[in-house]
Design a protein around this ligand. Structure first.
Ligand code: ZN
Length: 183
């Protein structure tokens, strides 16, 4: 959504771009405005947010926006993984210089010297995939995002999915939970 706003050259997009370039996180106010603008353009009832909300301020704003639309949330997924799994995912992650494809070494390609399976481009490590950034993200998660677990448990919306399995197994469980809500 932020990329769309930036591409469209809106004031929100420009502001968000300035913050992310400076290595800063985009604050709740901007994120919520972007979501509100996006929701305003949606005619249908069915959508999935990925990576939003990430803070209580965002969750409360979303609840308000959806209440106004009379479209409350059906379900919230908590995709869980233990810290060692997350560490190894970050350590094994590579990005294609040419097309931006993100691949996992050992899953999508056999080793780090392989080429991009999508376009044949050169794979490289992401600049922000290092131990220091990871520790900072964990700390930020614990402080800002983890409180959402209780928030959505209280509303009986939270479903936990263990992602320490194959992508097929994780997909099957998410699909089954969605089916419970739509049949
Ligand atoms: Zn590529």
């Amino acid at each position: 959504m932020l990329r769309e706003e930036k591409a469209a050259g809106t004031a929100l997009g420009i502001e968000a771009d300035k913050l992310t370039r400076g290595g800063k996180l985009v604050g709740d106010e901007i994120i919520n405005s972007v979501v509100a603008a996006w929701l305003g353009r949606q005619g249908g009832d069915d959508f999935v947010f990925d990576g939003y909300p990430r803070t209580l301020g965002q969750a409360e704003a979303l609840e308000q926006m959806l209440a106004e639309r009379k479209q409350p949330l059906d379900v919230v997924f908590l995709l869980e993984a233990d810290i060692s799994t997350l560490r190894s995912r970050v350590e094994n992650r590579a990005i294609c210089k040419a097309c931006g494809n993100i691949v996992s070494v050992g899953l999508h390609v056999t080793d780090a010297s392989a080429n991009c399976p999508r376009c044949g481009g050169v794979l490289t490590r992401r600049a922000d995939d290092n131990a220091e950034t990871l520790e900072r993200r964990f700390a930020e998660y614990a402080e800002k995002t983890a409180p959402l677990i209780g928030y959505y448990e209280k509303r009986h919306l939270l479903r936990r999915v263990n992602t320490g399995r194959t992508p097929e197994q994780v997909f099957a469980e998410v699909f089954q939970i969605l089916n419970e809500h739509y049949h």
